[in-house]
Design a protein around this ligand. Sequence first.
Ligand code: C5P
Length: 223
Amino acid sequence: MVALDGPSGTGKTTVARKLAERLSAGYLDTGAMYRVITLAVLRAGVDVTDADAVTAVARDAVFTIGTTPVRPSVTLAGEDVAAEIRGPEVNHAVSPVSAVPGVRELLVARQRRIIGEVLAEVGGVVVEGRDIGTVVAPDSPLKIFLTASAEIRAARRSAQDTAAGRESTHADALASVDRRDRLDSSRSASPLRAAEDAVHLDTSELDIDQVLVALSELASRRG
Ligand code: C5P
């Protein structure tokens, strides 16, 4: 198993999927799980600062998450929401929702279950998120913490949004990346931080293929 943590815009998702393909492993995007719960909260019209109400929505939400690295599916109440969970409303609300301890408890338990199932079925899994090496799977044999400068991460996020047909400017992307980093790093329930034994990789000056080569080497030695 490979635990891949780090803030948004480090190339984490692209790299995690490609690495999983290369290793013929499964893939779990834990961010997508926080996003789908956030969408359920928004649809329920619940105030994101009301922890009890948010936890209740999370408990009742019926969602699925695919574990293949190629086009993993995400459904909420049977509906394909893979695109909608990447939209601006969810982007804005996901950090407060994922700071709610009740939400984290439910999702971490489900993530551990899914990881166990995928390991049993496929033999390997690449899991990406913010707290995989610290909380979800602290025994993971390989923990990687990706970083990149905020400027570079905002540029990548903006390019991704434009490619997906969403309106985006560099300034908006930078503000959004900054805000989420601040909220994710300062929350009391499992804040974004590297595990002590994580390998740090700064991707600011690297393209995806270079990151992939570095991670594949690490995985072949330790994964
Ligand atoms: O990785 P992604 O940008 O899709 O994650 C969306 C949000 O979900 C993050 O900004 C963070 O607030 C939350 N998250 C989390 N713990 C994880 C994965 C994501 O709190 N393991």
